[in-house]
Ligand binder design. Sequence first.
Ligand code: ZN
Length: 65
Amino acid sequence: MSNPNRYSENPVELPLDGWLVEGHPVRGCKPCAASHNKRDQALKRNDWRAAGAAAADIRSHKQSH
Ligand SMILES: [Zn+2]
């Protein structure tokens, strides 16, 4: 939670479990970047399920580095 205001453009749409869409992609890692992009796209259309899944991919991929 280093950047809690990151999605403040949609304050009303923030899910209760904001951490579900948190995740920090590793610079230079293609799978991370792809998941990060997926999450951004999902957040733009307020698709929390997809955003959460993409964020989970980012978090779990940390162990692959
Ligand atoms: Zn990665």
